[in-house]
Design a protein around this ligand. Structure first.
Ligand code: TRP
Length: 455
């Protein structure tokens, strides 16, 4: 059967931006920026995006587009070594793992749309009350498993319908909606009285906070937010045409991802500060503080519905790309039918996700080193497998594949760039070969706790 391709370059960019823009942009980025020095952190983060995000993103898309295969098939096509094929395999395994816990959180977001519609947040108008309500919900097994299942079914639906009819069409509808909803929320936020404090929290430059720790956070996030290291961008790149310009597409994806993260930060912190709440870290900010903030502002009923629709869309377009990696492997390499693959693999992810869903209630007391099942899968995938995958991908493209072949393939669709701005290509080569691997390696050492032992 003919392998599918994106209907247009815009379709690819929106789908890839959909993968990149996710829970990481809406809750993680605003918070780490606020905590680690505001505008100073954002400056460091932009540098990290430029020196490791962009080069590795181009490398991943290029691997996919050259081979027209999933992560395993891509390495198989370019190398005989089991080691490199194993790197592709690690990507597929990461896809299973990340989706299994990502969909649990995304399920909460979906459930919160209905909480908002039911008007429940208007009652829980302090952070403490909202947190109690959250705890009641996540201990409710039918609630947590029901919305997790619903979210998985939605994700499966888009992948089931295929590249053009499912993923591309879905992204073309959902990404503009996401953008509009976010703008609406930002306008609500900045027009609240006292919103300046939120802007100051997010944007006030504080260079004294830029230390090794903050730089590591920025590096790690640059990587996570672009969905790098497991072949998601590789797989999306594999449906791209040879006429498309990869560096320009990669740049557009990065700009969209960064702009959305910044707008999300403004929308969230103007709202939280204007009503006099304290920002809290991680999931707490989204599921405790935000509902309480909306309860206290004019029109909060509607804005809370909008917020959780937005969060759910962001999570859905990321989850779709995770499932696509896994499905593409079974379709390309094992010859499965796409539709059957989606049903079977979706179910496997669901089973794998159950212990994560139960980590917030019945399994909460089962911990290893203080981490429950959910935390362990999250740590293993996000902090170990993704940086390791990214490191090996940049080494493969920088050293193993053969750089003359890399350039021949990259040139397709971007001859113009090679002719007019050859130094851009040289800079990319330098970053990919020297800077990215070293910096990603440092992030990995940090995750493993090895840096703390040395210093
Ligand atoms: N980029 C996503 C976010 O910001 C999270 C993510 C990390 C991801 N790696 C991924 C999504 C791989 C899809 C595929 O939330």
């Amino acid at each position: 059967m003919q392998r599918e391709q994106w209907g247009s370059k815009l379709g690819f960019i929106l789908a890839a931006a959909g993968s990149a823009i996710g829970l990481g942009n809406i809750w993680k980025f605003p918070y780490i920026a606020g905590e680690n020095g505001g505008a100073s952190f954002i400056f460091v983060y932009l540098i990290c995006i430029a020196i490791i995000g962009l080069p590795v993103l181009i490398a991943e898309i290029l691997l996919g587009r050259t081979t027209h295969r999933n992560p395993v098939g891509a390495f198989k096509a370019l190398s005989k070594s089991k080691l490199w094929i194993g790197v592709g395999g690690m990507g597929v395994v990461s896809g299973f793992l990340i989706l299994s816990f990502y969909a649990v959180i995304a399920g909460w977001s979906l459930g919160y749309i209905f909480e908002a519609i039911a008007g429940n947040f208007t009652i829980f108008n302090t952070g403490v009350l909202a947190a109690e309500h959250f705890n009641t919900l996540v201990s409710n097994l039918p609630w947590i498993i029901g919305y997790f299942t619903l979210f998985m079914l939605l994700t499966m639906l888009f992948v089931y319908l295929g590249i053009q009819k499912g993923i591309e069409r879905g992204s073309k509808i959902m990404m503009p909606i996401l953008f509009v909803l976010l703008i609406v929320l930002m306008i609500r936020g900045i027009t609240l009285e006292g919103s300046e404090e939120g802007i100051a929290f997010l944007l006030h430059p504080d260079w004294s906070k830029i230390n090794a720790q903050a730089i590591l956070v920025a590096l790690g996030h640059a990587f996570f937010t672009l969905s790098l290291g497991m072949g998601a961008m590789l797989t999306y790149g594999s449906y791209m045409s040879k006429n498309d310009n990869i560096p320009s597409a990669a740049l557009q994806i990065i700009i969209l991802d960064t702009v959305i993260a910044l707008i999300a930060g403004v929308a969230i912190f103007t709202s939280v500060f204007a009503v006099g709440l304290d920002p809290s870290a991680g999931p707490g900010l989204i599921f405790h503080t935000i509902p309480a903030a909306f309860a206290k502002m004019p029109g909060g009923y509607f804005f809370s519905i909008i917020f959780f629709i937005l969060l759910s869309i962001a999570a859905l377009t990321s989850a779709i790309s995770l499932l696509e990696v896994v499905v593409a492997y079974f379709v390309d390499e094992l010859g499965w039918d796409r539709k059957i693959a989606v049903i079977i693999l979706g179910f496997v992810v669901f089973l794998l996700g159950l212990p994560s869903a139960l980590s917030f209630n019945v399994l909460a007391d089962y911990t290893i080193f203080g981490k429950n099942f959910f935390d362990i899968v999250d740590f293993l995938a996000s902090n170990i497998l993704l940086p390791l995958g990214g490191l090996l991908i940049s080494i493969f493209v920088g050293y193993i594949w053969g750089f003359d072949k890399v350039l021949v393939n990259l040139k397709e669709g971007s001859q113009n760039l090679f002719d007019n701005y050859p130094y851009i290509i040289l800079t990319w080569k330098f970053f990919l070969k020297y800077l990215s691997p070293i910096l990603i390696f440092i992030v990995l050492l940090h995750s493993l706790g090895i840096l703390d032992i040395i210093f």
